[in-house]
Design a protein around this ligand. Sequence first.
Ligand SMILES: [Zn+2]
Length: 162
Amino acid sequence: MSLPICDICAKTGVMCNACDAKLRNNEISDLDIEISKIIYNMGNGEFSFDRSFDMGDFIVLITQKREVGKIIGKNATNLRELSSKLGKKVRIIGTGNLEDVVYDFVAPAQILGINTVFKTDGSTSRRVIINKKDENKLKIGVGTIEELISSFADDRVEISFG
Ligand SMILES: [Zn+2]
């Protein structure tokens, strides 16, 4: 089980030096810390997640696939509690399915396809093609989306319009 901050910090709400350094280095955000505390209490230390992102209208929570159901909870009671505590709708996304993750970051823009791009240096990246006429529907900049998704996805992600 893991959270962006250590269990002791999540439990006590007081940041240790290591977690405080992560915050100062922008490896984690204030939102990650806030959610860690809520999630820790909610699951008695049994729930985990990787990162959270404030999308304006809603919050995206990235976690391991097997954690998604637990965090949502029976009849979505946990999810509702989380949303009410944060004052925003929360979407829980399991890593592994890049398409789902990308969908939430670009919605309501339409994804035309996701291709693997083979670079000359031998590495690969994933190219997400978004319907060109939806370009102005993106709530956050292309560069920010690429950076956010690449920060937790296995592959680098680049966005293009088609
Ligand atoms: Zn800590």
